[in-house]
Design a protein around this ligand. Structure first.
Ligand code: GDP
Length: 471
């Protein structure tokens, strides 16, 4: 392997973002809210999927009497095509808008898939939350057992600050403005008050992922006809009727809304960190997929795998399925490593450098926000600790204090238990393996944890201090 010339990554990176900034986008929401259909249709309208592919899906879908699935299959197929496995848990697709380059992380909505959803969302900068406007459906997604609230809380806890809410399936409620406003009001209250999103970081877009309304183009009679590739009886028959009932909406389309999202500051000058979400064997060596959290890397450089402190060399790499010689913070990357045994690197490992290793620990202090818990959290409470896509069992080993959410002042030292909506400082001990973790002040990306129990997310928090160090 030729090592080639060393690249000045920082200046290359600046050239790249001057051209177009990149954002990682995750699509979240209750099962059947229409996430796959909406994103498939959006990709089709953006020209990422050929007419031929859509026609094929349409024929296949019609064969099983489900014409409406044609768009949803766009994402499934791209998943299958990426046979090398980068999509094993979360499918990845890219697309561009006028000012932004997006990597789309497809998060499944089913309850059992929450750990996968966490993995997708942990890699995301921004999210589209899809809600179903159909009477009764929005409500069931929004109640205690629905995933609308849980996904929104998880996204916020994982660092997503900007949310575009697609109020979807508006075709089913005859493009009703009253229904749209009712949903906006309920969701906005929850997102601002309970999930701590800034009101100015929320955008609500009424749309239909099925007819394509308001995804890319504004409603004109021609657009409504052309935008819909699927000829199905449930596509509104009278275009004129749609227009007159939907003329109340003057805001941005979905694509215009995401094109305006801010790009977060990337910690490109900090020490190199890459969180691993997938590992598999390939012809050239060990393939490692994940997100570059901080710093930068180039072909030929040495990396250290934590835990374990094993060294490897970057033989080649891909960003968004294209071969490249360098990658920087914020990129979803596939590295081919040489000089390492595949057993030494796994989902949850973090790649760093020997000069600036990431701490590895089984004991840390965190500030957590307790969600909707059935049983209050007490000392010894068993939890599954999630850091990005990785999880390990552990216990809440000490309740240090409860604190005021707004002022940050201590309310009570050594509380006996923590109930719903409490903010508290706690200590957490892992029962098994040590994990790579950083204090939040050092890494916003690697300094967040989520606590789950019995399939529910019970708390999310940031790491204040690492209390034990392994290797
Ligand atoms: P997901 O589970 O959130 O990915 O939802 P899907 O995209 O699989 O959609 C679930 C069901 O809702 C499918 O039968 C879709 O055809 C249907 N659907 C999705 N979007 C719309 C929409 O905008 N309007 C209507 N009428 N049906 C939709």
């Amino acid at each position: 392997m030729k090592s080639g010339k060393r690249i000045d990554v920082i200046s290359e990176y600046q050239k790249r973002i001057a051209e177009k900034e990149s954002l990682n986008l995750v699509v979240i929401g209750h099962v059947d809210a229409g996430k796959s259909t909406l994103m498939g249709h959006l990709l089709y309208l953006q020209g990422e999927v050929t007419e031929k592919t859509i026609r094929k899906h349409e024929r296949d879908a019609q064969k099983i009497g489900k014409a409406s699935f044609a768009f949803a299959w766009v994402l499934d197929e791209t998943g299958e095509e990426r046979a090398r496995g980068i999509t094993m848990d979360v499918g990845v697709t890219k697309f561009e808008t006028e000012h932004r380059r997006f990597t789309l992380l497809d998060a499944p909505g089913h309850r059992d898939f929450i750990p996968n959803m966490i993995s997708g969302t942990a890699q995301a900068d921004v999210a589209i939350l899809v809600v179903d406007a159909t009477t009764g459906e929005f409500e069931s997604g929004f109640d205690a057992n629905g995933q609308t609230k849980e996904h929104a809380l998880l996204a916020r806890s994982l660092g997503v600050q900007q949310l575009v809410i697609a109020v979807n399936k508006l075709d089913v409620v005859n493009w009703s403005e009253a229904r749209f406003l009712e949903i906006v009001q309920k969701l906005e209250q929850f997102l601002v008050k309970d999930a701590s999103f800034k009101k100015s970081n929320l955008v609500f877009v009424p749309c239909s992922g099925f007819t394509g309304e308001n995804l890319v183009r504004r409603s004109t009679p021609g657009n409504i006809c052309n935008g819909s590739a699927v000829s199905d009886t449930s596509v509104p028959e009278s275009v004129a009727a749609v227009l007159s009932t939907f003329s109340w909406y003057k805001g941005p389309t979905l694509i215009e809304s995401i094109d305006k999202l801010d790009t977060p500051m990337r910690p490109i000058e900090k020490p190199f960190r890459m969180s691993v979400t997938d590992v598999f064997k390939s012809a050239g060596g060990v393939s490692v997929a994940g997100r570059l959290e901080a710093g930068h890397i180039q072909v030929g450089e040495a990396v250290m795998v934590m835990p374990g402190s094993e060294m490897a060399v970057v033989k080649s790499m891909e960003v968004n399925h294209e071969a490249t010689r360098w990658a920087a913070a914020g990129d979803s990357v596939l590295l081919i490593l040489s000089g390492i045994d595949i057993l030494k690197v796994s989902n949850g490992s973090v790649l760093c450098t020997r000069e600036a290793p990431i701490p590895v620990t089984t004991h840390f202090a965190a500030q957590i926000v307790v969600f909707d818990v059935k049983i209050p959290i007490t000392v010894g409470f068993p939890v599954i600790v999630h850091r990005q896509s990785h999880n390990e069992p552990g216990v809440v080993s000490k309740l240090v204090a409860t604190i005021d959410k707004v002022t940050g002042e201590i309310v009570k030292k050594s509380p006996r238990h923590l109930g719903k909506n409490t903010t508290a400082m706690v200590e957490i001990k892992l029962s098994g393996r040590a994990i790579p973790l950083e204090a939040y002040k050092d890494s916003k990306e690697l300094g967040r944890v989520m606590l789950r129990k019995g399939g529910d997310t019970i708390a999310a928090g940031i790491v204040n201090k690492i209390l034990s160090f392994g290797s």
